[in-house]
Design a protein around this ligand. Structure first.
Ligand SMILES: NC(=O)c1ccc[n+]([C@@H]2O[C@H](COP(=O)([O-])OP(=O)(O)OC[C@H]3O[C@@H](n4cnc5c(N)ncnc54)[C@H](OP(=O)(O)O)[C@@H]3O)[C@@H](O)[C@H]2O)c1
Length: 222
C-alpha cells in the first residue's frame, strides 16, 4: 500500500460518518488521526480500524490534538455540537483546511435547513484565514463502511471559496473511492446541505437506506 503524505484528522471521528471516511482513507494509505472528546474512545476507534485493515496508521487523540497535528481536518460531530466544536478549534485551525460534512437535517422530519449553511457558519466562527470546504454531506455513512477498497457509486459536491483547498478535497474524495466535483463557492453548500433532506425523503419513500447523488454530463477523466 502506498503511503500518502497528507495527515487527516477526523474530528468526531468515533461516529458513523467519521468512521466510514476514516476506514476509506486508512485503506487508501493515509495517516488518520481520530479525534474525540474522550481520548480513550478515540484510541479504541483507531485500534478497531487498524485491526480491521491490518494496518497501524490510525491513532486516537482529543479533537484538539488531532486538529493540531493534521494538515486537513474533517468535522463529523453531530450537528447539535457543530458550533461549540468549532469555537474550541478556532485557534488551532488558523491557516489550515477544515472540511465540514455537517448536514443539519432532521431524519424524522427532513426539510432543507435555513441559511447560512453549516459550512458558512464554520467560516464565520473560524475566521477568514481558515480554508473551509463543504463536502461529504450527502454520502451515507453506511455505504462508506462497506466494500472498502472498491469505488463507491456516489459523487461528492465540493464547495469552497478557496479553489486549491476544494481541489485537495476532491483528491481526497477520489482516494476514498468517490468522485468529487467542484460545485462552486461556499454559499452553494446551502443547496448541498438541503439535498440531504431530499435523499432522506427518497429513502423513506422508496424503502431504501442509502440513496446517493450522481452527477451527469461532466467527464473528470483526462
Ligand atoms: N450518518 C450519515 O450517514 C451522515 C451522512 C452525511 C453527513 N453526516 C454528517 O456527519 C456528522 C456526524 O454524523 P454521524 O451520523 O456520524 O453522527 P454520530 O455518529 O451520532 O456522532 C458523531 C460524533 O459526534 C460526537 N459528539 C456527540 N456529541 C457531541 C458533543 N456534545 N460535542 C462534541 N462532539 C459530540 C461524538 O464523538 P465523541 O463522543 O467521540 O466526542 C460522536 O461520535 C453530522 O453533522 C451529520 O450531519 C452524516
Amino acid at each position: 500500500m502506498a503511503i500518502k503524505h497528507t495527515i487527516i484528522a477526523i474530528l468526531g471521528g468515533t461516529g458513523k460518518q467519521g468512521t466510514g471516511l476514516a476506514l476509506r482513507w486508512a485503506a487508501a494509505g493515509y495517516t488518520i488521526l481520530i479525534g474525540s472528546r474522550q481520548v480513550e474512545k478515540a484510541r479504541v476507534s483507531a485500534e478497531t480500524i487498524n485491526r480491521q485493515l491490518g494496518i497501524k496508521s490510525a491513532s486516537g487523540l482529543s479533537n484538539q490534538e488531532a486538529a493540531r497535528r493534521a494538515e486537513v481536518s474533517i468535522l463529523t460531530v453531530i450537528h447539535s455540537a457543530h458550533h461549540d466544536a468549532l469555537v474550541s478549534l478556532k485557534d488551532i485551525m488558523q491557516g489550515k483546511i477544515l472540511v465540514d460534512a455537517t448536514s443539519r437535517v432532521d431524519f424524522h422530519n427532513p426539510k432543507p435547513p435555513a441559511a447560512p449553511c453549516a459550512a458558512e457558519e464554520a467560516q464565520m466562527i473560524l475566521g477568514p484565514t481558515v480554508r473551509v470546504v463543504a463536502a461529504f454531506q450527502n454520502v451515507p455513512a453506511r455505504s462508506l463502511s462497506r466494500n472498502l477498497g472498491q469505488p463507491l457509486d456516489a459523487d461528492v459536491l465540493v464547495c469552497s471559496d478557496d479553489i486549491p483547498a476544494a481541489e485537495l478535497v476532491i483528491g481526497l474524495a477520489e482516494a476514498a473511492g468517490l468522485r468529487g466535483y467542484f460545485a462552486g463557492p461556499l454559499i452553494n453548500a446551502n443547496v448541498v446541505e438541503g439535498l440531504t433532506s431530499i435523499l432522506i425523503s427518497m429513502n423513506k419513500h422508496y424503502g431504501v437506506k442509502d440513496a446517493r447523488v450522481r452527477v451527469a454530463g461532466i467527464s473528470t477523466e483526462g
